[in-house]
Write a protein that binds this ligand. Structure first.
Ligand code: HEC
Ligand code: HEC
Ligand code: HEC
Ligand code: HEC
Length: 332
């Protein structure tokens, strides 16, 4: 039925199709429950071309009990959302309210953390230009293609860049160069902000580590200031994870990605200033630049002893990050 080279797709046919006729559908229980949370009923055919992908390309929690054992079915943090409006603010609120969503412990800070996983659907559907224009995931990732005399959907689901941007040409008359530039410009801007938010958040993590060490030796800190600093840290951290775990590097919704990362930078800055205030209160001065010692976390990882590889580092396309943080402070 499908040409041989298109039969390599990871998901099974029946993840997305009814058996007979091969109509588009979605099968996952968790998505049904998620759609109930956001008040979505009777999706149109074009919406099914989004929801077939949203079976997997969404964030979810794996509920954990007190001993960190799996304790229930996967569930989405969508209860504050609506179709077309699942915000990061709403997601974070749910993640930090439901204790069972804290799935792992961050080594440096010792904080219990929730996960955010590949939220392509959430970012894309929150008012992106394409979502508003009624464009579906399949329009860009499964463009129509010819097989003999048949017109079929390309089942080699991949980056439109790898597919020669044929998908875009279904609607856009601009040149391939122009379209490629649009994608890369958006991704460059997003990358620059990811670095700003990431290094800002990492700085706070190191300051928490230092503060916790002082507390372990008996230093007393103001609880109200501490919990504000922690809340701002979590707000920054979860925003950066949201955009980093989303796989389009901003393209699916450039304006929203910029907004979320800008807020992450603001929360991290606020957290850092509160942490410096707390450290000053116990007679400690972290100095002009906080040593991140990234080598400590990036080198010698796991059984394979993986190391940082400079050729894989994403540097700031605009050079701003280099002005804010020295190589010495990075500690690579
Ligand atoms: C990730 C979801 C997904 C998976 C998995 C998938 N398809 Fe599809 N398929 C689609 C979408 C989207 C369309 C376009 C349907 C539409 O717009 O109504 C489609 C359309 C089709 C069509 C109609 C003709 C066409 O291409 O538009 C056939 C036939 C088909 N798929 C066969 C298969 C077979 C066989 C498999 C397993 C090898 C499979 N599909 C796996 C998403 C999927
Ligand atoms: C059953 C789960 C599932 C469904 C349904 C699904 N995906 Fe995926 N998708 C994955 C997983 C898992 C990966 C990562 C696979 C890998 O790394 O090899 C992936 C990878 C991708 C990639 C990157 C592929 C590459 O070349 O590296 C794209 C693009 C993508 N999916 C888009 C879509 C779109 C669009 C749809 C709906 C038409 C869809 N996916 C439906 C699970 C799914
Ligand atoms: C307007 C076109 C368009 C729409 C609509 C769209 N995408 Fe994308 N998507 C892109 C582009 C462009 C990229 C960036 C590709 C790259 O960097 O190689 C991308 C990247 C991705 C990636 C990462 C691919 C990789 O190679 O790493 C995944 C996964 C993905 N999209 C899934 C989705 C899902 C799921 C939806 C719907 C919720 C969706 N996309 C809607 C154009 C689109
Ligand atoms: C199904 C039709 C469709 C497809 C496929 C499509 N687009 Fe679009 N795109 C639109 C529409 C509609 C708009 C809204 C603006 C307009 O009317 O031109 C738009 C707007 C844009 C914009 C301007 C965004 C902004 O913020 O104002 C860019 C850039 C863009 N598309 C790039 C792409 C790229 C790259 C692809 C392929 C990966 C793609 N589009 C695929 C229909 C499409």
């Amino acid at each position: 039925m499908l040409p041989e080279k298109l039969r390599e797709l990871g998901p099974a046919c029946y993840d997305c199709h009814l058996q007979d006729p091969l109509e588009l559908t979605f099968k996952k229980d968790h998505l049904e429950k998620g759609l109930e949370m956001i008040g979505k009923k009777d999706p149109s055919r074009q919406e099914l071309r989004i929801l077939a992908c949203a079976q997997c390309h969404i964030t979810y929690s794996v509920p954990k009990d007190k001993d960190n054992q799996v304790a229930g079915d996967v569930t989405m943090p969508w209860r504050n959302g609506q179709w077309g409006d699942i915000s990061i603010e709403g997601i974070i609120d749910v993640l930090l309210t439901d204790e069972f969503r804290l799935e792992w412990v961050q080594e440096i800070t010792g904080f219990k953390m929730p996960f955010i996983r590949h939220p392509e659907f959430e970012l894309f559907s929150r008012g992106s230009v394409h979502f508003k224009a009624g464009v579906a995931c399949a329009d860009c990732h499964m463009p129509f293609t010819r097989s003999g005399s048949y017109k079929i959907s390309d089942h080699d689901v991949t980056s439109p860049l790898k597919a020669d941007l044929r998908a875009c040409a279904q609607c856009h008359t601009q040149s391939k160069e122009w379209l490629t530039d649009q994608i890369f410009h958006t991704q460059d801007r997003t990358t620059s902000l990811i670095l700003r938010a990431g290094y800002g958040t990492a700085t706070c993590a190191r300051l928490f580590e230092t503060l916790h060490q002082a507390q372990a030796k008996g230093a007393a800190v103001d609880n109200a200031v501490y919990s504000k600093a922690k809340d701002f840290y979590m707000q920054a951290f979860l925003r950066i994870v949201f955009i980093n775990a989303e796989n389009s590097v901003g393209f699916h919704n450039a304006a929203e990605a910029g907004r979320v990362l800008g807020d992450a930078v603001a929360f991290a800055g606020k957290s850092e200033s509160l942490l410096r205030q707390l450290l000053a209160g116990v007679g400690m001065d972290p100095g002009l630049e906080v040593a991140l010692d990234l080598g400590e976390t990036l080198n010698n990882r796991g059984e394979a002893k993986l190391n940082f590889r400079p050729e894989q580092e994403f540097t700031d396309p605009f050079g701003i990050q280099d002005k804010l943080l020295s190589e010495h402070a990075k500690g690579l």
